[in-house]
Design a protein around this ligand. Structure first.
Ligand SMILES: [Zn+2]
Length: 274
């Protein structure tokens, strides 16, 4: 199986893709192939960096489409009737509160004890915030912050260390870290804070890091019409740290490059050495 160029996991997992990894410390009788089956394998097939936005995981999850409309989200951005929208949102909130009660009862807790009385409500609010990206529009977020500039300078604009906080879709546990975005403008520049907004909107939903990285690159490219975009996300996954293989210090690095970053080795190298 070919490992896509933007896909790099350090330090534990990359070799495990080839079944040669010793770092995952499989237990007695446990085979690496079995451990990664259905997780890493499936994702690798998804994340071919030569794909366009037609990639399944992208179009299913992301509010951005190549035509620039906000279709394709699980929850519509806005319904025709604002009253209907508010109603739908409060129904969803109540479902989350109920679900949280069920979760607490399922682990044997007493939902009526003092400390837990308001927990279902807090849980619902927290999850709504962490998945609020489904309801937000990239177009609205960047609106008014694109500036026509005669800046075909052939020099990249780079913003480093943008905070990323997302939820892994396999375990609904957080993964978090930093993101670096570099783009080479073509007649347009974007307000720099808007790059952070794009990262927030795309990360506040259930994600896998590989797809998130690719979505950020493709979104910045589409919005700015840049000559090329390079994105790197470096994150720690709680599902890897506090459960499963319990690798507390493992950092996963993913990259995605578009346009001239793909073809021009100088830009590519400069980004990698940033
Ligand atoms: Zn996970």
């Amino acid at each position: 199986m070919r490992v896509p160029e933007f896909f790099h996991i350090a330090p534990a997992c990359e070799k495990s893709m080839n079944g040669t990894c010793n770092n995952t410390e499989p237990g007695k009788g446990e085979r690496v192939e079995d451990v990664v089956d259905g997780l890493c394998k499936g994702r690798l097939e998804l994340g071919d960096s030569t794909d366009s936005t037609s990639e399944k995981g992208f179009s299913d999850n992301c509010s951005v489409t190549s035509s620039g409309s906000s279709t394709g989200v699980r929850y519509p951005m806005a319904t025709a009737n604002p009253g209907e929208e508010a109603n739908e949102s409060s129904q969803r909130h109540q479902s989350l509160v109920n679900a949280a009660r069920v979760l607490l009862e399922s682990i044997g807790e007493d939902v009526h004890r003092e400390g837990l009385r308001k927990t279902p409500e807090r849980f619902a609010k927290a999850l709504e915030f962490l998945t609020s990206g489904y309801q937000q529009s990239i177009e609205e977020a960047v609106n008014g912050a694109l500036f026509e500039e005669d800046v075909d300078t052939q020099e990249p604009v780079t913003v480093k260390d943008i905070d990323v906080f997302s939820l892994c879709e396999h375990h609904m546990l957080p993964f978090f870290g930093k993101c670096t975005i570099s783009y080479i403008p073509h007649k347009k520049v974007i307000g720099l804070s808007k790059l952070g907004r794009i990262v927030d909107i795309l990360s506040r939903r259930l994600q896998v890091q590989e797809r998130l990285t690719k979505q950020i690159a493709e979104t910045v490219e589409r919005v700015t019409e840049a000559q090329g975009v390079a994105v790197e996300v470096e994150a720690r996954h709680l599902c890897m740290a506090c459960r499963g293989v319990q690798k507390n210090n493992a950092v996963t690095i993913t990259r995605s490059m578009t346009g001239v970053f793909k073809t021009n080795t100088v830009w590519r190298q400069e980004f990698l050495n940033k």
